[in-house]
Design a protein around this ligand. Structure first.
Ligand code: SF4
Length: 345
């Protein structure tokens, strides 16, 4: 690394930085919220969610005092729901202590905040001398040096080069370059890159190989049978998931382990005490989690009675009130089909 490289990337960031909403008013609350939303979620979805969150929770105190069901509904579709639960816990701690701490070390003590987010808040919101290394930053630095670096090694490499008083611009410049030019798949836009004269991967024609990816462990496949049950009144059966574990405490359509045939599915429904009409097979779906895959057989049926084993939601309530994880949402327009059903008077 050289001072010329630092100046080149800072100058480039000064000209090309995107006008993202949390950059206009980079309070600790805004930076924290944006960084939590950006984990594992596409920027287009984050922009919509960020606006939605600030409308509901203009301040960290509003978020701390909000109810969990509304928060989960706002989070619907973003995945990794433990982030939402930690968001509330963190907001409560911050509210109790009267604001966010300023250093990365203290920020890391808060619920749901790891080294990356702590560094990002400290540097961007407080201009503290901290680095924040995500996949984008590690990729740019690995290519620049011509060898694969872990996130920890990248942080150690960058730390001595933090420019005094410009930590926020420094950490964002590396992220932005990785996001806009030094792309992970396909050809990076080296011709536009401010670091091209210094880049070892480009010189060695190894931009495709670097950084080397660790082999992915195979995901276990779990088979489920999911039931989309409607009562005679057009209400939809929902069930709450257990309070701990995967998708804890969220709502789901009734389901059971294994891939059932139509005969077995009817038997399972009858065992739940239902009289079954119009049992129909729907196309199978699957959902990828980080560490597992669900393969789902789907059935739709009209059932009676409205058993107390389940919650019976109107289509409006399903749309606006109950947080349904992406795994159960909208494959082949299922949710739309439910939404089109009219309640009988
Ligand atoms: S020159 Fe290309 S590979 Fe090197 S840092 Fe820039 S965009 Fe990435």
């Amino acid at each position: 690394m050289t001072p010329e490289i630092i100046n080149a990337i800072l100058d480039w960031f000064g000209i090309h930085a995107r006008a993202l909403p949390w950059r206009k008013d980079a309070t600790p609350y805004h930076v924290w919220l944006s960084e939590i939303l950006l984990q594992q979620t596409r920027i287009a979805a984050v922009l919509v969610a960020y606006r939605r969150f600030l409308e509901h929770y203009p301040t960290v105190e509003d978020l701390a005092n909000g109810d969990v069901a509304t928060l989960m509904k706002l989070w619907e579709g973003l995945g990794y729901y433990s982030r939402a639960r930690n968001l509330k816990k963190c907001a409560q701690v911050v509210t109790e202590r009267g604001g966010f701490p300023r250093t990365a070390e203290e920020l890391q003590m808060l619920p749901g905040i790891g080294p990356y987010t702590a560094g990002a808040i400290a540097a961007i919101a407080f201009n503290q001398p901290a680095v924040a290394v995500d996949g984008n930053v590690a990729r740019v630095v690995s290519r620049l040096l011509g060898r694969t670096l872990s996130r920890e090694a990248t942080a150690e490499f960058l730390r001595p080069w933090l420019p005094a008083g410009k930590a926020g611009a420094f950490v964002q410049a590396w992220m932005e370059l990785g996001e806009l030019l030094c792309l992970p798949r396909g050809k990076p836009h080296c011709e536009e890159c401010p670091l091209r004269a210094h880049c070892n991967a480009l010189k060695a024609n190894r931009t495709d190989e670097l950084p080397a990816k660790p082999p992915r462990p195979a995901r276990p496949v779990i088979k489920l049978t999911v039931f989309h049950l409607t009562s005679k009144d057009g209400r939809i059966a929902l069930r709450k998931r257990p309070p701990t574990g995967l998708l804890a405490g969220l709502w789901e359509f009734p389901n059971c382990p294994g891939s059932l045939s139509a005969v077995q599915a009817k038997k399972w429904l009858e065992e739940q005490g239902f009289s079954v009409r119009n049992l129909a097979t729907e196309p199978p779906t699957r959902h990828l989690f980080t560490h597992r895959e669900w393969q789902m057989a789907n059935f739709q049926a009209t059932v009676s009675p409205e058993s107390s084993l389940f919650l019976w939601a109107t289509p409006d309530e399903l749309e606006n009130q109950y947080a349904l994880p992406t795994a159960f949402r909208n494959p082949q327009g299922r949710r739309k089909a439910h939404g089109n059903k009219k309640l009988n008077p």
